[in-house]
Design a protein around this ligand. Structure first.
Ligand code: CA
Length: 496
């Protein structure tokens, strides 16, 4: 594929290098511009896979994502295998399932004693790209460090649990441009640490987070003033937006206009939100669905700006762009407030990847799992030899490129208590069923099976009616857990 950098981008980067460098010694990079593809990953937090127009499920307004999906490989069956923040992020960064990634639960002060954070010595995909000479930028939410006293003074650290922590430069895994935070949920007044910002002096901003981050991402892409990345070198940029995460009211009013004139029932079209009763789920959905969708419309607009900046800079053809999310959101489905459960609204995430001329635009029902993202990206970028040995994730690069090759038959599901890692919940999802086995203290294991074809809203536990399916799914789940050395199979812990 090499030699694909288009002429406009070449002239632009060569010219910029000449202006910045000015001396002959520095011309080597510009004379021989990168032919390696760039990578841009944009992932908002808590955006369910159903909440994109092209999915044809939620009545959400996402014109930019719909247009992007038409140019992408779109995987509507992609899931977050452990649908909560830090475990997803660690699977994404390390290519390992939670026991091997080092992050078995969210990073917060309560889990700090269990070393629940991204290990300093993990070999992340960003470490690999850094070694290959890439410039690496990270913008937005990171949430992979354990908070430690004295805690950073900010709103997310004033309750019993402390959430936010600075990421020290030696824990940034190759990202040389940094503008991020651990956890901070004031989307209209977000905070960040820039590359050289000291821990106790974070930057506070008066702008909606995704808009602020898109502004910066555009500067990074255009390399404004040559200040953001190495000229003439390929780059990888992550933009990790916090909305549509709670609190849903932290959204600019302009994005709510798209939903004016729609009734509640039109917006809440999922049969697993019980609007007839007075349930907590119905109350939550009625109160927040407009805000949730407005946030997604805002994320869509900001994503559209980033994609346009790539085209304007002549970088569209040589840049792989992935749009996804760390997990979904029930928002009242099954009376569940948010995520961290087996339901489709929690597990399914948007997943669209675009690389013009290299990945044919199409929709595919591939059962994509989170740890597979790392090896797949490196494979696509021409670095399959640099994928670390023993990585649990499997490259789907060949499937992405050609649609051919071995396909995964299922996806694992996890919920792991930090104090009892062989307990909690495990599950398996395939094109037909979702199985969950729940270990609770002093109780028999609780088994749930959803027939997602005949019962797409997962209203029924069909486990008792379909014992053969339960047995088959359990056997496959155990085999897969054995492959990744999950302590579940030891079975000692029964802690809820
Ligand atoms: Ca999250």
């Amino acid at each position: 594929m090499t030699g694909n950098l288009d002429r406009r981008a070449f002239l632009k980067s060569a010219g910029a290098a000449a202006l910045v460098a000015g001396a002959s010694g520095a011309f080597a990079a510009a004379d021989k511009p990168s032919v390696q593809p760039n990578l841009v990953i944009v992932f908002p937090d808590q955006m369910r896979g159903q909440a994109v127009g092209v999915a044809g499920e939620d009545p959400v307004v996402t014109p930019n994502l719909d247009a992007f999906a038409a140019e992408s490989l779109y995987l509507p069956q992609a899931v977050s295998n452990y649908p909560v923040c830090s475990p997803f992020r660690a699977m994404l960064m390390t290519g390992h399932y939670p026991h091997a990634s080092g992050v078995r639960n969210n990073c917060l002060s309560r889990t700090t004693p269990y070393n629940c954070e991204l290990p300093r010595n993990a070999r992340c995909w960003s470490d690999v790209l850094s070694d290959k000479g890439y410039s690496l930028g990270y913008i937005g939410k990171w949430h992979l460090d354990s908070p430690r006293p004295p805690y950073v003074d900010c709103k997310n650290n004033r309750g019993k649990d402390k959430w936010n922590e600075w990421c020290s430069p030696d824990r940034r895994h190759g990202f040389d441009f940094w503008y991020a935070y651990g956890t901070y949920d004031w989307h209209l007044n977000p905070m960040y640490w820039a590359t050289g910002t000291p821990r106790m002096k974070p930057i506070f901003v008066n702008q909606w987070g995704p808009e602020h981050e898109a502004d910066l991402a555009i500067k990074y892409i255009t390399n404004a003033g040559g200040k953001y990345r190495k000229t003439g070198k390929p780059f990888a940029l992550v933009v990790s937006m916090n909305p549509p995460h709670t609190p849903y009211t932290q959204v600019p009013a302009r994005y709510k206009k798209a939903y004016e004139g729609k009734t509640d029932r039109q917006l809440i079209n999922r049969a697993n939100v019980n609007l007839k009763g007075n349930s907590s789920g119905a109350k939550l959905a009625l109160a927040q669905i407009r805000n949730y969708f407005a946030m997604i419309t805002g994320v869509d607009e900001q994503f559209g700006r980033i994609v346009k900046a790539l085209a304007d800079a002549g970088l569209e053809k040589n840049t792989i762009v992935l749009f996804t999310s760390d997990h979904g959101n029930c928002l009242g489905c099954h009376d569940q407030p948010t995520k961290n459960n087996r339901y489709e609204e929690s597990m399914r995430i948007p997943f669209m990847i675009r690389w013009p001329g290299k990945i044919r635009p199409r929709k595919d029902d591939l059962l994509m799992s989170t740890p597979d993202i790392y090896p797949t990206l490196l494979d696509l970028m021409g670095f399959s030899n640099a994928i670390p040995k023993g990585l649990q994730g499997v490259s789907r690069g060949e499937l992405f490129r050609t649609g051919k090759g071995a396909r995964p038959k299922s996806q694992l599901y996890f919920w792991i208590p930090v104090a009892g890692p062989s307990g909690g919940r495990r599950g398996l999802r395939n094109h037909r069923y979702t199985l969950e086995i729940n270990r609770q203290k002093n109780k028999p294991e609780q088994i749930t099976l959803h027939d997602n074809v005949n019962d797409p809203f997962q209203l029924v536990n069909a486990a008792a009616k379909l014992p053969e399916a339960v047995a088959k799914m359990t056997t496959e789940m155990n085999a897969r857990l054995k492959e990744i050395n999950d302590p579940w199979l030891g079975g000692a812990d029964r802690k809820a």
